[in-house]
Structures are given as structure tokens and as C-alpha cells.
Design a protein around this ligand. Structure first.
Ligand code: C2E
Ligand code: MG
Ligand code: MG
Ligand code: MG
Length: 285
């Protein structure tokens, strides 16, 4: 059940009720043509370096502006897009939009770091044979370096996965793209396999950062974050934390050595201009 009010109306939706919503609203009929009708749009949410609060990039999050049901969050239509195969053209469109946006954010910032844009990849896209050439074409057309993008893949993509699924990621990583393991801690628990995955970042799921909202922080959650940070840094990976909603949380996570944070405390997902108006993007040359 989606909450009706606020910018976070989809956050509490659980997958079962999402599936029911899809059936109830007859989204199935409209989804295949939604792309050509131009009904999708992207919101961006900043990724902030915990050490100094500087913005390092933003995650692209797709939304569907449905003519009858209003703005729908990805949890309400990505599963459907995956089961119908639309995820491949939709994912390509998201990547294209994000690449042009990244291009826009490439101009020199006073700290000398261009912004990096994170794009979510679903497992179905990893199995699409055209993924690597099509992605590289988008990057090239936008005039970007591969390092300007980070691909986010969830742990579940690797459950029982063979080497085939990992090959595209390995190619991307070799070209200098960042690869993040999204929602880390919620699925695949084979820690040893982290060594084999071509990833650069662990994105710790927000269920682990909730315990940092209180003062003092929940000792079990603190321990978990400590272990993850230690493991990630040992493997040469950076740690991004999701769902940072309060300053207390941000401070705990910074003290625990997490590298990057994302959450409502900094900014909710919004139109790309929002990053400018929040002064998160340095538009002075
Ligand atoms: P995700 O990649 O883990 O993205 C983070 C989700 O957490 C986003 O939900 C974001 O709005 C939400 N979030 C951010 N900060 C906070 C916070 O402080 N508190 C809380 N409670 N939530 C926060 P959203 O936008 O509804 O996206 C849901 C999921 O849909 C994403 O999870 C991602 O897995 C998927 N998704 C989004 N865009 C795409 C896309 O273009 N392609 C694919 N394949 N999946 C996408
Ligand atoms: Mg993500
Ligand atoms: Mg995530
Ligand atoms: Mg998540």
C-alpha cells in the first residue's frame, strides 16, 4: 500500500501490495507504450562524501507519470517491466538520460571533481547480449569517460549466477566504470564471493543504518556497520550508506568510517535542477 502524501509515497510499499496495485490499476496494459509516450522521468538524489559533506554524484531513479494514477515509483512497475522484457529498452533510456545529465554536470567544479551518476541495472539487463556495446555507445555519444558512471546491481542478481552474468560487469569495471553492490546485506550472504565480483563499492542497505538514528546508536547495528566497513576496506571497496535521514545518523556513520551517504537528510530525489538550487552542484566555473 503506497502512502498517499509526501515525496516519499512509495517508500513503504511492499512487493506484494505493489503486485496487487499493478493488477488493480491495470498498469500492465499501459506499460509497454509508456516509453514511447514519454511518460517516464528521472529524479536524482545526491551522494555525499561523509568526510567533508561534498557532493560526489547522484543516483538516477526512474518514475512513471501515469495519466490516471499519477507518479508511480519504480517498485510499482520495475517488476512488471522485468517480467515483460520492457526493462531492456527502459533501462537503456534511463542510461541515456543519465549520461546526458552527467555530461551537463561535467564542467569544472571548484574542487576539480566531476559528478558521477549512478544508474541501477536489473539482472535482466545483465543477461541482454547488447548491454556492453549499447552502454559504451551511449557513453561515447554523450562525450563521457566511462569513469563518469557507476552501475548499481543488487546482490540478488548474483544468487546462483554463473560467470556469464558477471562478464559484462567485468568489462565495464575494466573500462573504469564504478560498480556498486546495491542493498548490500539483504540478499546474498556468501561473503567469500565478494572477492570475485568486479565491484568497487558496497551500498549498505538502509535497514542497517536505521539503528543509527538514535543516540546512543543501536550497538548491534554499530557492530554490523563496523564489520562491513572493515571488510569493504580490506577488499579495497568503498562503502556507501543508504537511507540517511538524520544528522545523528550521518555523524555515527561518518565516525564508523563509511565513505559516502545518500538519504533524505541531504536531499530527497528530485529534478536535476534541484541539485543546482541546493547549491550541491557548483555552477560557478
Ligand atoms: P535503490 O537503488 O536501493 O534506491 C534507493 C531507494 O531509497 C530509492 O527509492 C530512494 O528514493 C529511497 N531513499 C533514498 N533516501 C532515502 C531515505 O533517507 N529514507 C528512505 N526511507 N528511503 C530513501 P525509489 O526511488 O522508490 O527506488 C526503489 C528501487 O527501484 C531502487 O532502490 C532501485 O532498486 C529501483 N530502481 C530505481 N530506478 C531504477 C532504474 O532506472 N532501473 C532499475 N532496474 N531499477 C531502478
Ligand atoms: Mg540503487
Ligand atoms: Mg539501494
Ligand atoms: Mg535499497
Amino acid at each position: 500500500r503506497a502512502k498517499a502524501a509526501g515525496g516519499n509515497r512509495f517508500e513503504l510499499a511492499d512487493p506484494d501490495s505493489d503486485a496487487r496495485a499493478i493488477t488493480r490499476h491495470g498498469l500492465t496494459n499501459r506499460l509497454p507504450t509508456a516509453l514511447e509516450r514519454g511518460e517516464f522521468f528521472i529524479e536524482y538524489q545526491p551522494l555525499v562524501r561523509l568526510g567533508d559533506g561534498s557532493v560526489r554524484g547522484a543516483e538516477a531513479l526512474v518514475r512513471w507519470c501515469h495519466p490516471v494514477h499519477g507518479v508511480l515509483g519504480p517498485d510499482q512497475f520495475i517488476p512488471l517491466a522485468e517480467s515483460t522484457g520492457l526493462i531492456v529498452p527502459l533501462g537503456h533510456w534511463v542510461l541515456q538520460q543519465a549520461a546526458w545529465q552527467a555530461r551537463d554536470w561535467q564542467f569544472p567544479r571548484s574542487d576539480g571533481h566531476p559528478l558521477r551518476i549512478n544508474v541501477n541495472l536489473s539482472p535482466a539487463q545483465l543477461g541482454h547480449p547488447g548491454l556492453v556495446p549499447e552502454t559504451l555507445a551511449v557513453i561515447k555519444d554523450a562525450g563521457l569517460e566511462p569513469t563518469a558512471l557507476c552501475l548499481e546491481v543488487t546482490e540478488s542478481a548474483f544468487i546462483g549466477a554463473d560467470e556469464e552474468l558477471m562478464r559484462p560487469l567485468r568489462e565495464f569495471a575494466e573500462l573504469g566504470m564504478a560498480i556498486a553492490l546495491d542493498d548490500f546485506g539483504t540478499g546474498y550472504s556468501n561473503l567469500a564471493s565478494l572477492r570475485r565480483l568486479p565491484i568497487t563499492t558496497l551500498k549498505l542497505d538502509r535497514s542497517f543504518t536505521r539503528g543509527m538514528q538514535q543516540q546512543p546508536a543501536d550497538p548491534v547495528d554499530v557492530k554490523i556497520v563496523e564489520i562491513v566497513v572493515d571488510l569493504a576496506h580490506t577488499l579495497g571497496l568503498s562503502v556507501t550508506v543508504e537511507g540517511v535521514e538524520t544528522g545523528t545518523q550521518a555523524e555515527h556513520l561518518r565516525a564508523l568510517g563509511c565513505d559516502t551517504a545518500q538519504g533524505w537528510y541531504y536531499a530527497r530525489p528530485g529534478p536535476p535542477e534541484r541539485l543546482h538550487s541546493l547549491s550541491l552542484v557548483d555552477t560557478t566555473t
